[in-house]
Design a protein around this ligand. Structure first.
Ligand code: 2AM
Length: 184
């Protein structure tokens, strides 16, 4: 079994800026540069012999390449006792369209839909025990702009547990169609 998910990669300069949010907050497990990504669809454990069909179903997605701003911070859970501190993306619509397309294609292969509702985000820190407050960091960076980038492909990632937390490895990239520009 391999633990898989579809996601989006981020450029190095944006990841560097996101690492700058790091602050000493009790219970925070800050993500490393290599761990930062946007999850599009979490699949969970997949049998090796299903991966080829899964990849075939992820080709030629009906969403054209688009631009995203990484902006603002938020959290899941209460700011005084969060589960997850994250950076947001704007606009959310093309990301939600990718999630929807992948979700319906994976459903035709029998992959059960995620139980949680889709809220595009970049996890910056996870909180386990003794969760400290993120109110200060939300005040400082709530409106920060972390950069702008072109989303040109969707990535199938494998997640493995390493000593320093999860290690995400690219299995395959699926290029998005590029909009044709009409010249007069
Ligand atoms: P998170 O960052 O919000 O925790 C690899 O684990 C990626 O898949 C992470 O980005 C994680 O989102 C997401 N993920 C893990 N378990 C999930 C689940 N049960 N449903 C949806 N996404 C999940």
């Amino acid at each position: 079994m391999r633990r898989l998910f579809f996601g989006l990669d981020l450029p190095a300069d944006i990841k560097q800026r996101l690492l700058g949010v790091n602050a000493p907050i009790s219970g925070a497990k800050w993500q490393s540069l290599e761990q930062l990504h946007i999850t599009l669809l979490f699949l969970g454990n997949v049998k090796q012999d299903r991966i080829a069909a899964l990849c075939d179903a992820a080709r030629n997605l009906p969403v054209e390449a688009f631009e995203l701003d990484v902006t603002g911070l938020g959290c899941f859970g209460q700011p005084r006792s969060p589960r997850n501190l994250w950076a947001g993306v704007q606009p959310p619509d093309p990301v939600a369209a990718l999630h929807g397309a992948l979700r319906s294609r994976m459903a035709t292969l029998g992959f059960a839909p995620e139980s949680r509702s889709f809220r595009p985000h970049i996890t910056l820190a996870r909180f386990k025990k003794q969760r400290g407050s993120v109110e200060g960091v939300l005040d400082d960076h709530g409106d920060s702009a972390f950069g702008h980038f072109a989303v040109s492909d969707v990535v199938l990632f494998e997640s493995n547990q390493g000593r320093g937390g999860s290690i995400y490895t690219v299995i395959e990239r699926f290029p998005l169609p590029v909009a044709l520009i009409d010249f007069p």
